[in-house]
Design a protein around this ligand. Structure first.
Ligand SMILES: *[C@@H]1O[C@H](CO)[C@@H](O)[C@H](O)[C@H]1NC(C)=O
Length: 286
């Protein structure tokens, strides 16, 4: 926490500068680099729309120019429509190195009319095994919906259209590692994983539907703590009333309960068979 406080004061300084020059957000040109797919990912509408495509030869993907160390990051996404079986659209934050941290959204496609699975995970120090999976309460291919990672020193909150679906709390006091010192970039990609993605791999990708396409809009990282290089922190609003110290209020806890009661299809914390030695520590901490 001490190291964090120092960084925070430094960030506050640069944030006041930023307010003066104004923040430009949202442009995919400004915020992302297309990193693979040989022309299969593209930016349109002067930077307001990005699409990734997948065909039999390759998928495609992009990553943020900046690295983040805490923030509230929104992305609107519209997923592969129709028969998307075997396709995976991954959207995640990750740091580098062998003991990396990672916060994952992964969307597993399905045959026409059958539900997508939203797969989530949290890695700390290179270790994951914290999967939670959900159906969505809407068709994620019909329209754009907002997927948010709120990551602060207290907790990581996964939100869909502003509704919290999952929280990973800082339980360092109980010996559970928490991501708080390794900056992460944002990554996204559309790829093919028909050996496992849809109905456990039983349903294969139908390439007659290719190319498959996922779209992105309205990226928002306003006030996030980010940096363009190791010493160049660009923006951070660490006011006590900002996202930086947000935890779920009782209304949001109610919303999350609704989602977890009605739409959650897998929770590692309920998987006693998988952890015969006992559930991971955080599962018993409420
Ligand atoms: C696809 O649809 C089947 C049948 O409704 C369902 O069991 C499965 O969870 C869905 N999603 C995936 C990714 O397989």
């Amino acid at each position: 926490m001490a190291a964090f406080a120092t960084k925070q004061s430094m960030l506050l300084l640069s944030s006041s500068l930023l307010l003066l020059i104004g923040v430009s957000t949202g442009s995919f040109y400004d915020n992302f680099d297309i990193t693979w797919g040989d022309g299969r990912a593209n930016i349109f509408e002067s930077g307001h729309l990005l699409t990734c495509t997948l065909d039999k030869i390759s998928g495609s993907g992009f990553q943020s120019k900046k690295e983040y160390l805490f923030g509230k990051i929104d992305m609107k996404m519209k997923l592969v429509a129709g028969n998307s079986a075997g396709t995976v659209t991954a959207y995640y934050l990750s740091s580098k190195g062998e003991t990396w941290d990672e916060i994952d959204f992964e969307f597993l496609g399905n045959v026409t009319g059958q539900p997508y699975v939203l797969h989530t995970n949290v890695f700390t120090g290179g270790k994951g095994n914290r999967e939670m999976q959900f159906y969505l309460w809407f068709d994620p291919t019909a329209d754009f919906h907002t997927y948010t990672v709120l990551w602060n020193p207290l907790n990581i909150i996964f939100l869909v259209d502003g509704i919290p679906i999952r929280v990973f709390k800082n339980n360092e006091a109980h010996g559970v590692a928490y991501p708080k010192s390794q900056p992460m970039k944002i990554y996204s990609s559309l790829w093919e994983a028909d050996d496992w993605a849809t109905q456990g791999g039983r349903v294969k990708t139908d390439w007659t539907n290719a190319p498959f396409s996922a779209s992105y809009r309205s990226f928002n990282d306003v006030d996030c703590c980010s940096r363009t290089s190791v010493w160049n922190w660009v923006t951070c609003n660490a006011n006590s009333n900002s996202w930086m110290w947000t935890t779920l209020n009782s209304n949001q806890l109610g919303q999350m309960k609704w989602v977890q009661d009605d739409y959650m299809i897998y929770n590692y914390c309920n998987d006693f068979k998988r952890f015969p030695q006992g559930l991971p520590t955080e599962c018993n901490l409420g």
